[in-house]
Design a protein around this ligand. Structure first.
Ligand code: PYC
Length: 336
């Protein structure tokens, strides 16, 4: 397959141009371009440059604001609320982050609820600034009703990712970011784009039959990972980042979309915990025990979550990122 290699600066410029030429304000274009470049850089193609197609398409469908400025408020001693006013979540996250960190340092634990945001981005990017600040973090968001609950065949849950991060001083943080569906929807869409079958277990067709045809799953239902366990976690995400923060469930988001085919609309919940407030003077002694756990995993040949991402980051910083010629052309065509 023909590919185009871009430095990270070129990838950012490509993304920024596609966004700003379609009407996104400078601030939104900058944070979105940075996010999709980071996804590509970290080897996460489903949340990389390819996302620009859906991001712009959602704007053209009138399902996201190109320029709304977020409102950030202190809702309670340990709760920050950021209203994205119908724009993508990333600017609201960026503007609310300092207050979330401040409250976490004050209270030991704090939450950020982002409301009324359109969401497409990988959650590891929202967790990493918190681990960089020495905090433990957890982020989650519903999406559109694309995933059947275990035992059912009709889409009800979103792909409902959960990202968790643990700071490790001067080492890369321990961060996992996983959909509670067997795969991200973006993975299935990328298989469809490449004309490839998907692995068994990712989804069912609209009659409820198992299939490896990505199109049939996109029109049918995705499945949760781990059967009823993934299904329970998916329900938890609906509750925490839906009704708890006064925002939409995945079913409500899909109903709001009303067949337009835009990206999910609703809320995101981010929790941050400060180990030094939990542990006081004993903090470093306990944090060292986390390292014993990590080396115990590695001693058995297990990879720590995030390791592949950091390796890919290092390679991309040196060699740039390679995308298919057809994706490059499609992104360029967004600005035509
Ligand atoms: O790829 O799972 C996904 C996804 C979630 C929200 C938009 N896309």
């Amino acid at each position: 397959m023909e590919t185009v290699t871009l430095s990270l600066d070129e990838a950012y410029a490509l993304a920024y141009h596609a966004l700003s030429s379609n009407g996104f304000s400078e601030q939104h274009a900058a944070v979105i371009a940075q996010n999709v470049t980071a996804g590509e850089r970290d080897g996460c193609a489903s949340h990389g440059l390819w996302r620009l197609l859906g991001i712009v398409d959602t704007l053209r469908k009138g399902k996201v604001s190109a320029d709304a400025l977020p409102t950030v408020i202190s809702q309670a001693p340990a709760i920050v609320k950021a209203d994205a006013h119908g724009a993508y979540s990333l600017l609201a996250f960026e503007q609310a982050l300092p207050l979330l960190i401040e409250k976490t340092r004050q209270c030991g634990i704090a939450a950020l609820a982002i409301n009324r945001c359109v969401h497409f981005s990988a959650l590891f990017a929202d967790v990493e600034p918190l681990t960089d600040a020495g905090l433990v973090a957890l982020a989650t968001t519903p999406s559109h009703a694309w995933v059947a609950p275990a035992g059912g065949t009709q889409p009800l849950f979103g792909t409902n990712p959960i990202a968790f991060g643990w700071p490790r001083g001067d080492q890369h943080p321990f961060i996992f970011d996983m959909a509670t569906s067997a795969a991200a929807r973006g993975e299935i869409q990328l298989h469809h784009r490449a004309g490839k079958a998907i692995p068994e277990g990712w989804g069912i067709d609209s009659e409820g039959n198992a299939t490896t045809d990505p199109q049939a799953v996109l029109e049918g239902a995705m499945l949760t990972f781990g059967g009823h366990k993934g299904s329970a976690l998916a329900a938890m995400v609906e509750l925490l980042a839906g009704p708890l923060i006064g925002d939409m469930t995945s079913a409500e988001s899909l109903a709001w979309d009303n067949g337009a085919g835009g990206l999910p609309y609703g809320g995101e919940l981010i929790l941050a915990l400060d180990p030094t407030r939990f542990l006081g003077e004993d903090a470093s002694a306990h944090l060292v025990r986390a390292e014993t756990l990590f080396s115990g995993m590695q001693a058995q040949g297990a990879r720590l979550p995030g390791e592949r991402r950091y390796l890919s980051r290092l390679n991309s910083e040196k060699q740039g990122v390679a995308i298919t010629q057809s994706l490059y052309d499609d992104i360029r065509a967004l600005s035509a």
